[in-house]
Design a protein around this ligand. Structure first.
Ligand code: HEM
Length: 126
């Protein structure tokens, strides 16, 4: 049998649903992030981020089936993302991830990834 994926180890679908839902609850109230979202309904954006993270961590590959290659930097090009936006994104995500009470090593892994990913999405310097 293949080794357990990170996705399975942290509780699979339900865990990712909770993290991303909590993240978007924060986004809805965030004065920096909320205006960047073109749609009034954050629901579809929530589903896309959830599918992407599930796929990244070894869960179902539904994101790519529905959206194709992630190309996340390209998809974020329409939104100005500087240090302020990056920090706001990470602040919202930290609340969501911390509430899961993951094992320290799992927490460290996912948080390191979030910091790296948020940094790499920046497309302006200020
Ligand atoms: C889409 C903002 C970082 C993953 C979006 C959208 C916005 C946005 C405004 C469009 C909403 C929509 O899909 O309708 C930001 C900002 C970030 C950030 C301000 C600050 C750093 C990240 C990071 C990831 C990510 C780090 C991954 C770990 C996604 C995904 C989508 C998305 C998967 C949907 C792409 C698609 O399939 O169309 N983001 N994002 N974002 N974001 Fe971000």
């Amino acid at each position: 049998s293949s080794p357990q994926t990170f996705y399975d180890a942290v509780g699979g679908h339900d865990t990712f649903v909770r993290i991303v839902h909590r993240f978007y609850e924060q986004v809805a109230d965030d004065p920096v992030l909320r205006p960047l979202y073109p749609e009034e309904d954050l629901g579809p954006a929530e589903v896309r981020l959830r599918m992407f993270l599930e796929q990244y961590w070894g869960g179902p590959q539904t994101y790519s089936q529905q959206r194709g290659h992630p190309r996340l930097r390209m998809r974020h090009a329409p939104f100005p993302i500087g240090p302020l936006e990056r920090d706001a994104w990470l602040r919202c995500m930290k609340v969501a991830v911390d509430e899961e009470n993951l094992e320290p090593e799992r927490h460290r892994q996912i948080w390191e990834y979030m910091e790296m990913a948020a940094m790499s999405m920046m497309n302006k310097a200020f």
